[in-house]
Design a protein around this ligand. Structure first.
Ligand code: HEM
Length: 181
């Protein structure tokens, strides 16, 4: 995973819990001090170890940590560093999610050999289905936080009515049934 993801996790822990807790997370994760260069591609295991270590040190479930990180990524990291890209992707939640694959596609020349997820949105009578398809496993709670962060960004209430895992040979495919108000 690109270092900017690891760096954002580091920023979140330092800002929210302080330097001492961050040092404890870093040491529990076994990650090297130089795992945080934004534009370098690192092994995914570093990101997973950092998240697992955060869960242990902060004494909070892994899913809670990943969800918190998803919200932080949208509301802090992306807003500070990629506001132009975010703005170009849409001015409401459904439009934004529809354009999210194009957003990730547009930056493939910047992030060489990266593996972004895919999102597909289906409009139903009174709710939406969001398909999250990834080559990775275990990041669905991160997506929950991303969706909640996006809802805050666009001033909407999001209710995740259900979350279904589709059987896949590799990676993950989750279908979120969401209601917006
Ligand atoms: C403009 C802002 C954004 C940029 C620059 C960006 C870029 C990236 C990068 C570099 C990765 C790492 C992939 C890799 O290293 O292989 C990534 C992963 C990811 N991105 Fe984005 N992204 C942005 C916005 C978003 C938003 C708003 C969402 C919300 C749903 C999102 C969903 C994800 C997810 C879930 C992953 C984890 C990888 C996976 O699931 O397999 N991204 N993105």
């Amino acid at each position: 995973m690109y270092g900017l993801i690891n760096k954002a996790l580091k920023d979140m822990i330092r800002e929210r819990f302080g330097e001492e807790q961050w040092q404890a997370v870093l040491s529990a994760s076994g990650a090297q001090e130089d795992s945080f260069l934004a534009m370098r591609n690192y092994d995914d295991s570093i990101t997973y170890s950092l998240a697992q270590a955060a869960s242990e040190v902060l004494d909070a479930p892994l899913d809670t940590c990943l969800e918190m990180f998803g919200e932080y990524w949208v509301l802090e990291t992306a807003t500070k560093s990629y506001e132009i890209l975010l703005n170009a992707a849409g001015q409401d939640l459904v439009e934004f999610l529809t354009n999210l694959n194009a957003l990730h596609d547009r930056i493939t020349s910047t992030f060489l050999n990266y593996s972004p997820p895919e999102f597909h949105i289906e409009e139903k009578e009174d709710h939406h289905l969001i398909h999250y398809v990834s080559q990775r496993e275990g990041l669905t709670p991160f997506v929950v936080g991303l969706l909640k962060g996006l809802a805050i960004r666009f001033g909407r209430e999001i209710d995740i009515l259900s979350q279904t895992e589709v059987d896949v040979d590799q990676g993950a495919h989750t279908i979120f049934e969401i209601k917006l108000s």
